[in-house]
Design a protein around this ligand. Structure first.
Ligand code: PGA
Length: 244
């Protein structure tokens, strides 16, 4: 069993930050993680595209993209190429984040193609799935998640993937899922993925994770780590997630 102080703590900056903020954040976080002998592999920061190149220059903290297109190149004005991300050295990307699904209308089919594109370009995808409040209230949590998992299972490219369970109603709302809800869903997902794919896929929880609730969430055995939005935006708060 993985100890809770060995688990992953990934940050999603969404459309926030600046060159100056990243410079300060990365310097402080890198120094503190090192000083406290925390494995740097536990941390990946998903940054806006325009910060990625800069972030790769000092080669200290791991960084990833928040999204990319499913084609490698071509007449797709304004899109981000997974091939180019890989070319500049990006090894992780969020795929199907709730905001991509709900604000930008990404379909399960499109997300499936993005999963394939990530893996084709040696980018490890973090597939984000989760139910809305309406789906939870209508008792459709497991059906919804099973449906969304098709983006992974239909690609069959396992091992190189992480799944993040992020209930839509808990993202950015301050309403964290209860420990029982997280445990119930994570167990369902672990079993489902094991049956479908025959391997253990790492499972993160995301949705209003903060320094004051991260410990109890990481203590759940089926939780391999957390994906954190708001509380990953300052060095102080991100380090507090590691207990520093
Ligand atoms: P939050 O965001 O921690 O601010 O709720 C989580 C996410 O969107 O990944």
């Amino acid at each position: 069993m993985v100890q809770s102080n060995q688990k992953l703590i990934f940050g999603n900056w969404k459309m926030n930050g600046s060159l100056e903020k990243w410079a300060q954040f990365s310097k402080t976080v890198f120094a503190q993680l090192n000083k406290n002998n925390i494995d740097l592999g536990r941390s990946v920061l998903f940054l806006p595209d325009l910060l990625l190149h800069q972030a790769l220059q000092n080669n200290e903290l791991l960084v990833g993209a928040q999204n990319h297109y499913f084609e490698d190149a071509g007449a797709f004005t304004g899109e981000t190429s997974p091939e180019l991300l890989s070319n500049i050295g990006i090894k992780y990307a969020l795929i199907g984040h709730s905001e991509r699904r709900h604000v930008f209308g990404e379909s399960i089919e499109m997300i499936s193609q993005k999963m394939k594109a990530a893996q084709r370009n040696s980018i490890k995808p973090v597939l984000c799935i989760g139910e809305t409040l309406e789906q939870r209230e209508a008792n459709k949590v497991f059906d919804t998640l099973k449906n969304q998992l098709v983006s992974l299972t239909s690609q069959g490219a396992v091992g190189e993937c992480i799944v993040a369970y992020e209930p839509v109603w808990a993202i950015g709302t301050g309403k964290v899922a209860s420990l029982e809800q997280i445990e119930e869903v994570h167990q369902f997902l672990k079993e489902n993925l094991k049956n479908e794919l025959g391997v253990d896929v790492k499972l993160l929880y995301g949705g209003s994770v903060k320094p004051n609730n991260v410990k109890e969430i990481l203590n759940i055995e089926s939780v391999d780590g957390c994906l954190v939005g708001g509380a990953s935006l300052t060095a102080e708060s991100y380090l507090a997630l590691f207990g520093l």
